[in-house]
Design a protein around this ligand. Structure first.
Ligand code: UP5
Ligand code: MG
Length: 197
């Protein structure tokens, strides 16, 4: 399975910045396969036979980053489930520089990073709102504060690093869902035109 022939786009941004919402729409418009690292971890956690269930539950509630061997294993398996696809959105990963290097060394390099830029106040409001119905163990104020801390300390440096490589496409997450997606769509379309696809 030659990963290096694939167009991999990392989708990054703070907790609640709209990574999942916009990725789903990009699937319909550009034929990406959307893999959310968080969704894969939550699914693994629920598998009765998983040896990692308790560990994943703890890390997620505490807003900590699950050891990357686990997450990369899940992502790699999920990618291999779609051998026909040339385009992958890897949502919510990598969350620190070590993960980024490990993925690039063992799977492949990302072509671009789609970054949803969003002030903390907006993130907080959206997450608390979603928490009323999401059932997610980390959509409560204690866990949200921990997720923000991890994001600023560990995940922001990943975006800074890819920006130095000229790979980052920044989209403001302010505005309606439609206007944010329109901006996202236009930038992704530009990218594919630029590489002749
Ligand atoms: N919403 C979206 N866009 C809106 C708009 N324009 N206007 C108004 N509302 C808008 O959106 C969040 C909410 O905002 C939704 O209710 C949406 O309707 C609304 P969503 O698209 O879900 O945002 P997203 O960025 O996907 O938020 P999410 O909570 O999924 O981000 P996180 O990064 O916190 O969560 P993730 O699932 O990626 O990770 C969870 C945990 O898993 C991590 O904290 C960590 O513990 C663990 N993890 C790892 O350890 N390693 C990994 O590699 C990945 C995760
Ligand atoms: Mg998400």
């Amino acid at each position: 399975f030659p990963f290096d022939k694939k167009t991999i786009v990392f989708v990054l941004g703070g907790p609640g910045s709209g990574k999942g919402t916009n990725s789903e729409k990009l699937v319909d418009d550009f034929g990406f396969v959307h893999l959310s690292a968080g969704d894969l971890l939550r699914a693994e956690q629920k598998r009765p036979v998983s040896q990692y269930g308790d560990l994943i539950a703890y890390y997620i509630k505490e807003g900590l980053i699950v050891p990357h061997e686990i997450t990369i294993g899940l992502l790699r398996n999920a990618m291999m489930d779609h051998p026909e696809s040339d385009r992958f959105l890897i949502d919510g990963f990598p969350r620190n520089l070590v993960q980024a290097k490990a993925f690039e060394d063992t799977v492949c390099k990302a072509k671009k990073v789609l970054y949803f830029e969003c002030p903390e106040s907006v993130l907080l409001e959206r997450l608390l709102n979603r928490g009323k119905t999401s059932g997610r163990s980390d959509d409560n104020i204690e866990s949200i504060k921990k997720r923000f801390k991890t994001y600023f300390n560990d995940s922001m440096p990943v975006i800074t690093e890819y920006a130095k490589e000229g790979k980052v496409i920044t989209v403001s997450c302010k505005g309606t869902m439609d206007s944010v997606y329109k901006n996202t769509y236009d930038q992704v379309e530009q990218f594919f035109k630029g590489i002749g696809q």
